[in-house]
Design a protein around this ligand. Structure first.
Ligand SMILES: [Zn+2]
Length: 528
């Protein structure tokens, strides 16, 4: 299979790197059902009619809003996103980034583009090796467990699986080949212990993504491109140089691979350069990640890739999403606010409510994640459901027809949601888009059947782009045994008309965070 050929002249090393990559085995995932349904629904109408204008997005490097279109001569829009390090459950900060990337991919698909979404798995680094050893497991078993957990969380949050999900361990030869190209071309050097470092001063435009004139900052350690706390620091010729290959250490255990420089393992930055080359070619359309990856990780990726292949323009567009705060505070281990999806589900929230919260702020602004915010998301989703129900009734459609969008004749229509779509296409303005959706849903006048059919088509497409699934079963929180016992005692007290005891038990339940809702013939326990 030919993958993303070169766009310009390649020097010999670059050419062989690119050609080597084209034989790479891909783990191509099947496109998920929802996307398939969506495409099927589009069929027969032609995607051009769905593409009145391209999606525009802010680019970190040029600092301009630019249209997202495949490179001339290519059909597919290639996007590479830095994936998770699989040593524990991902937290909501990680998921904000992945959810926003998911909305971008879905929006491009609704706009009629054929997207190839590549997101890697980082399954070898200090944390994964340390975690595997602490758990007494092989690195493979340990990272598989957390990769599976990541996939389960993604599915619950409605994230479409990437088309290709390469892992760092499966791409060691490609990383070694790229390091070798960098050494051969004078961009990297081998230290005494067999580690290999990238020589930042050989890359004239290093710093261009972050607009840093690196020649002036070289000695400032906080701006160092090298990884902090690197035990090999003294081996580096300059504080800015960063590790491409780390020589084998006793603490690596059985986790080392052969290389021309001796046994060891790749550095973190090189994996994304090698995997994007293998699956998208020397240049591709868009590279995404959290803002914290912008420096040094993405700067290093550009330097490695462009110096190894000899081709400039590694990624045509850089897409970064801003930080997540929790209850107004920075996320940190010590504050205990690195919430996982499981922790939020245990508090009684549905994953779709968490998703709504994570995408509800503009991706370029930091988002303050609060429990009150997730409750508001619950209300917003209920409001969307009521609005959709009203339109479906007016159009004579069922809920099932809404999920697999609607009749052929209205496929290309946006109805009254044209403005909402326009807003979403403009720098992925999700809050603005949702605002428009609610404005339409709040209109008092009952639409005609024809108007409602157009509206249903528009709303279904918008909700697909946002990845918001309506009418899903609500999360039921398991009632702990002690709470159930208190509830039973209160019910018995009430039945025997011991109202003082019943009242006290209701207060006890409230103190434990549970509300008892009485019905005629029984009661429900709800997490308050
Ligand atoms: Zn990366």
């Amino acid at each position: 299979m030919k993958k993303g050929g070169p766009d310009g002249p390649l020097l010999s090393v670059g050419r062989s790197l690119v050609e080597e990559s084209s034989g790479e085995r891909e783990r191509v995932r099947s496109v998920p059902d929802s996307a398939q349904q969506f495409r099927l629904a589009q069929r027969g109408q032609g995607s051009l009619s769905l593409r009145p204008m391209p999606v525009f997005l802010h680019d970190t490097m040029s600092r301009e809003k630019r249209p997202l279109l495949p490179k001339p001569g290519r059909e597919t829009y290639g996007m590479y996103c830095c994936g998770p390090t699989v040593y524990g459950p991902a937290h909501i900060g990680n998921f904000r980034t992945f959810a926003v990337q998911d909305v971008l991919r879905r929006t491009l698909e609704v706009a009629g583009l054929k997207v190839k979404h590549v997101r890697n798995i980082t399954d070898v680094d200090d944390k994964t090796i340390r975690g595997a050893q602490a758990a007494g497991q092989t690195l493979g078993d340990f990272t598989k467990k957390w990769t599976d957990k990541f996939h389960a969380d993604c599915k619950a949050l409605g994230l479409l699986p990437p088309h290709v999900e390469p892992s760092a361990v499966e791409h060691i030869p490609q990383q070694v080949a790229m390091i070798k190209a960098l050494v051969d071309r004078g961009h990297a050097y081998v230290a005494k212990d067999g580690s290999v470092y990238f020589k930042v001063c050989t890359c004239a435009d290093y710093g261009k993504l972050n607009h840093i004139d690196f020649s002036k900052l070289e000695t400032q350690s906080e701006n160092s491109a090298g990884e902090a706390n690197d035990a090999d620091e003294y081996e580096r010729e300059s504080a800015s140089d960063f590790a491409l290959w780390k020589s084998r250490k006793p603490e690596d255990g059985a986790n080392f691979w052969p290389s021309p420089w001796g046994e060891g393992r790749p550095g973190w930055h090189i994996e994304c350069s090698a995997m994007s080359l293998a699956h998208l070619g020397a240049t591709f359309d868009l590279h995404g990640g959290g803002i914290d990856l912008c420096f040094p990780h993405h700067e290093n990726e550009i330097a490695q890739s462009e110096c190894a292949t000899g081709v400039k323009g590694f990624a045509a567009h850089w897409f970064h999403s801003a930080h997540l705060m929790v209850e107004g505070e920075k996320m940190s281990k010590s504050k205990g606010n690195l919430y996982t999806l499981d922790e939020l589900v245990a508090k009684g929230f549905a994953p779709m409510e968490v998703r709504y919260t994570l995408i509800s702020g503009h991706y370029r602004g930091s988002l303050n994640f609060t429990m009150k915010g997730v409750e508001d998301s619950r209300s917003a989703l209920a409001k969307l459901e009521r609005g959709a129900d009203r339109l479906l009734a007016a159009a004579g459609f069922t809920r099932a027809e809404f999920a697999a969008p609607v009749a052929q004749e209205v496929q290309t229509s946006w109805g009254r949601f044209a403005k909402a779509w326009e807003v979403l296409q403009d720098d992925l303005n999700i809050p603005g888009c949702l605002g428009q959706v609610f404005t339409v849903l709040a209109e008092k006048d009952e639409p005609s059947a024809e108007q409602a059919r157009q509206d249903v088509s528009g709303l279904a497409k918008i909700l697909f782009a946002l990845g918001l699934e309506l009418f899903a079963a609500k999360a039921e929180v398991a009632v702990p045994a002690e709470i159930a016992a208190l509830g039973a005692r209160r019910w018995a007290a009430k039945q025997s008309k011991d109202f003082a005891a019943a009242d006290q038990l209701r207060k006890d339940l409230a103190a434990l965070g549970w509300t008892m809702l009485d019905r005629k013939d029984g009661y429900d326990l709800k997490k308050s």
